[in-house]
Design a protein around this ligand. Sequence first.
Ligand code: SF4
Ligand code: SF4
Length: 106
Amino acid sequence: MLGLLDATPEERDYSVIGSFTAQNAKGNCVYCNHCQPCPMCIDVGMINKYYDLALAGDEMAKGHYHKLNIQADACMSCGHCESHCPFHVKQVSRMHEINQYFLKQA
Ligand code: SF4
Ligand code: SF4
């Protein structure tokens, strides 16, 4: 989980996710990165967070995403993250969705 002291303001807004239980987070990415390691070195949690923030209208999050060295298009759909996610997030399809979204935003 993010350290609050070195978290950016937008990250701090999401510190509430630490109180989620597996039950109420089921199917939703909570950016915990328990699905690591990704063989393509994708920061799954960070990419999901930028996506959710962008969908909520956060323009800075879009900028942050586009500055990432490794983006959702690097996903090779191996399924490692999906099979290791404690919240049963369908991450393979979500990575595809995220890639399509940010391609349109570029
Ligand atoms: S896909 Fe699952 S394990 Fe990976 S960051 Fe999201 S909630 Fe955590
Ligand atoms: S499905 Fe994509 S994001 Fe998930 S571990 Fe494999 S390459 Fe990484």
